[in-house]
Write a protein that binds this ligand. Sequence first.
Ligand code: NAD
Ligand code: LMR
Length: 330
Amino acid sequence: MSKAPMRVAVTGAAGQIGYSLLFRIASGEMLGKDQPVILQLLDLPQAQKAVQGVMMELDDCAFPLLAGMVATDDPNVAFKDADVCLLVGARPRGPGMERADLLQANGAIFTVQGKAIAENAKEDVRVLVVGNPCNTNAYIARAAAIKVGRTNPNNYHGMLRLDHNRALTQLAQKSGRAVSSLKQLVVWGNHSPSMYADYRFVTSNGDSVKDIINDAAWNNDVFLPTVGKRGAAIIDARGLSSAASAANAAIDHVRDWVLGSDEWVTMGIPAPADNGYGIPEGLVFGLPCECKNGSFTLIKGLEIDEYSKGKIAITLKELEDERAAVAGML
Ligand code: NAD
Ligand code: LMR
């Protein structure tokens, strides 16, 4: 007997990430090749015509797993009974807009959406925020959801997987090892140039990748700047921000969360109270996780050396500043 459909809400459905994301969800790449899905697409009123166009194309793919579609500009409709919410739509930074203005503008969006999710979605809904600044947007949505109750506050995530995937490829290219052989990468902190991609624990077929690379200067001078500034490099090259790779990362994050993963994965999760890494409880922070049986757990007890402590402190400070900037609206 076929499975009951899962409801996947996607915001910013008419945008460029949406265009890379929706077809892959409908083809079963996110939730499994035997899992029917219903897509619930949210975008602004002025984008509804474009959403209709995307839905026409989804129809034209005749995806066997696509069991239905809803298009709306109302968050309460979009999140109704949702099993998974991908919050992609966000206010982009406009000319002359400071980071604080961006935080405020997005704060307003994610307060409304967090509340609407908590009031309408399934109690065990999984939420992944992609729209930037994604860690703090997830923090805001979670705070709004907690006021309502009902949903699981641990299930409001920010997306660090793109940074994780970017770092994996840089390490594979430098070490000459296959990307599929690399295990135990962690990206700590914020999805921003301050993130700390930490390859001290990475192995390839049992060998230490740090030992294979054996080039301390490369870490600081090439690796961390390349990963941290990759988004800007893509905007510079393409004239548009990364979309296909961002969509791919969102699919990876949710697939591992729902279906499990044999590897460590980086997830932007609300830091648990006793995390052991000095991250304040509830701050949405890139942390090492394992995914099994539909849930994720923090990998605890990794040794943090002095260099890593310094790097983690920088990205933590940035997130604490973002939290302070939105505190008034929570
Ligand atoms: P885009 O401008 O092409 O599309 C955004 C869409 O969101 C538009 O259709 C817009 O109408 C819609 N939207 C805006 N406000 C909305 C709201 N309140 N409710 C519903 N929909 C709304 O942008 P994109 O390239 O798809 O990128 C989307 C976001 O993802 C941006 O914030 C971008 O910075 C971010 N991003 C994050 C990562 C990451 O790794 N976390 C990577 C790349 C991009
Ligand atoms: C990325 O990392 O590619 C994006 O977050 C960049 C951006 O500012 O949209």
